[in-house]
Write a protein that binds this ligand. Structure first.
Ligand code: ADP
Ligand code: MG
Length: 606
């Protein structure tokens, strides 16, 4: 079988996504690779397909027990024999896995890093042929990442103990250069083929809201999502508990997760979420790495995180199966101060010199600033974020709250006249200020500086109190750009240019593109082409099958597959195979029941 046939037969996909094919080709040629793709980008099949095509066994090092279990479950559902070895196995289970592994039953074996160097696993690996070692979530090898796992440093020792060096393939969603270099160096990748795909996730809708009351806003958003599954991230454990409790009181099926809970409770809550018994997971950032639940249809940040890397990673857990999903951030100025406090009071890393510590903090504060800008910019949020990750992007995506809010062309002549007259009035008194101060004066802010210069007594003070600061800033920016105003000096203060006279006298009028004001949350586009009744019936059937098989529902078919069934209405095996995500094995296993349901639905509807 070639790679296309494997893709189709086992995974039911008709085409590769960006980057997948190149990575697979290189691995098949025997070259080490480092694949950097965003969360949900499709890293798994980059090593699973070569694993199926190589003669020997593929060992996958993975940091999380739940992640391994999930992946192995999914592989079995697709007709691929795989197993995992980690501390969750009982002794008899452990022995059984090895017994079958020695018989060569498994093509893919997931291993926790701590288990690699055990005598049994080394003996096994030396006796069998290991063709490929995959390191998933490879950033765990780097101390620069948040998720450092000392066990990852042992991976090279394991590889060195094998009679023949296998191909080594590493994958992560973290693209910073420090982490990338660490991965290559610490995993001793040999002349690796490195590929970073675009970070844009087109199916994600991004929004920033600044609600007066966050809980009320959250409730409103959730009530529009009915039985959809999603995550609410909070900064503090206390907030997680509070929000979760309130949601339960208000009738939402919410559960919670943070590092302060007992292992047992975390395990149970996580499973409730994975198996759709609880639709909303309220959690700190302790919840998430390797959460492969594909039908997470929204990620709401109750607090702003400390940097855009974390934000994109967390938000990216929405819409993994490619269905439209929403990432909403509830921003407040307080979030900035809390993050600042956390950075300034974070635990000192003993291994760093005082200078290095200072540098680290400065870096963190700078990242916080960029995160804060994300919450306050007027431009396209997607563009802002992709630029932050060094990627070019168009300035209108149409699928974020800023693009949707839209812009309107406003005749800003009067506003501009007052701005100019304000600057001139101050100039007469030999007073010169920057943008922020001018905006404050026009809006009638009262503060020490304004009183000190006796500006509060001038007629220009508060003359534009009805116009939002955001709008005023936008008009000032426009006047600067168009050459009516200029800035001078070390602390850029504003001056008028000759041209400004034309506006002051009304000879020239100006039009400025301004964001429409006072619009509230609008959801990011439901799919209108889906028969929602059929979709619910398919979901119910999937739920019954999942319960019978003891696996999470999305392991049987993703939401994206069910939606594609709604579009294509397959009634026989052949038609079913055309549905995205339906491979031969799943078609044989579940096809009949799904086709029967669809046929019945069509009959009823005529
Ligand atoms: P990552 O590990 O990069 O976060 P996964 O490997 O878990 O992402 O894949 C995310 C989702 O994308 C899965 O639901 C998977 O079925 C889907 N997927 C992966 N490759 C393809 C493809 N070529 N076509 C369609 N869907 C795909
Ligand atoms: Mg993954």
């Amino acid at each position: 079988m070639d790679k296309y046939q494997v893709l189709n037969k086992y995974f039911g996909h008709s085409a590769f996504r960006e980057g997948q094919e190149e990575i697979i080709d290189k691995i098949l040629l025997g070259r080490d690779v480092l694949g950097i793709m965003p969360t949900g980008g499709g890293k798994s099949i980059c090593y699973q397909i070569p694993a199926l095509m190589f003669d020997g066994i593929t060992v996958v090092v993975s940091p999380l027990i739940s992640l391994m279990k999930d992946q192995v479950n999914s592989l079995w559902q697709s007709g691929i024999k795989a197993a995992y070895i980690n501390s969750s196995l009982t002794l008899p289970q452990y022995r059984e896995v090895f017994r079958r592994a020695y018989l060569g039953e498994y093509k893919i074996i997931y291993v926790a890093p701590e288990r690699l160097m055990t005598d049994e696993f080394i003996a096994f690996s030396r006796q069998m042929t290991i063709s490929l070692v995959t390191v998933d979530e490879a950033h765990c090898v780097s101390q620069w990442g948040q998720d450092f796992r000392p066990g990852y440093l042992k991976i090279t020792t394991y590889i060195d103990s094998l009679p023949n060096r296998p191909v080594v393939a590493a994958f992560t969603a973290t693209a910073t250069s420090e982490v990338k270099e660490d991965i290559i160096r610490l995993l001793e990748l040999q002349n690796p083929f490195t590929l970073t795909t675009g970070f844009d996730r087109k199916n994600l809708y991004f929004a920033v809201l600044k609600p007066k009351d966050k809980y009320t806003a959250l409730k409103k958003i959730l009530s529009e999502k009915k039985d959809k599954s999603g995550i609410v991230y909070c900064l503090a454990r206390r907030t997680v508990e509070e929000v979760c409790e309130n949601l339960n009181r208000d009738g939402f099926a919410a559960t919670r997760y943070h590092a302060g809970l007992s292992e047992e409770e975390r395990h149970k809550n996580q499973n409730d979420f994975l198996y759709d018994r609880s639709t909303v997971m309220v959690a700190t950032n302790a919840f998430g790495m390797g959460i492969d639940k594909s039908n997470v249809s929204f990620v709401i940040h109750y607090n702003m995180p400390s940097d855009l890397e974390s934000y994109y990673q967390e938000a990216g857990r929405a819409g993994r199966d490619g269905s439209p999903a929403e990432c909403i951030l509830l921003y407040s100025g307080r979030d900035v101060r809390v993050n600042q406090y956390l950075i300034e009071n974070s635990e000192e890393n003993e291994d760093l010199t005082p200078q290095m510590r200072k540098k680290v903090k400065e870096n963190e504060l700078e990242k916080l600033k960029q995160m804060t800008y994300y919450c306050t910019v007027n431009k396209c949020l997607r563009e802002y974020m992709l630029n932050y990750f060094d990627e070019e992007a168009p300035s209108f995506c149409g699928n974020c709250s800023n693009c949707q809010r839209g812009f309107e062309a406003v005749d800003a002549t009067e506003i501009a006249q007052r701005i100019i007259s304000c600057i001139n009035t101050l100039d007469d008194r030999n007073l010169h200020f920057g943008k922020a101060m001018i905006v404050d004066i026009l809006r009638g802010v009262e503060n020490d500086r304004i009183r000190r210069f006796h500006i509060d007594g001038l007629s220009i003070h508060g003359i534009l109190h009805k116009v939002s600061a955001q709008r005023l800033r936008a008009v000032v920016e426009h006047l600067l750009e168009a050459g009516y105003l200029k800035t001078e000096g070390e602390y850029p203060v504003l001056y008028t240019c000759d041209r400004a006279k034309n506006i002051a006298t009304g000879r020239e009028r100006i039009t400025v593109r301004l964001p429409v004001e006072n619009t509230v949350y609008r959801s990011g586009g439901e799919e209108r082409d889906i028969d929602s009744e059929l979709f619910s019936e398919l979901k119910a059937l999937r739920m019954r099958l999942a319960a019978r098989m003891h696996v999470p529902a999305y392991v049987i078919f993703t939401d994206a597959s069910l939606k594609d069934m709604c579009r294509k209405c397959p009634v026989n095996r052949e038609e079913l195979l055309r549905v995205s995500g339906v491979g031969a094995v799943k078609a044989d296993r579940y096809g009949k029941e799904f086709c029967r349901l669809i046929a019945a639905h069509i009959n009823r509807k005529g």
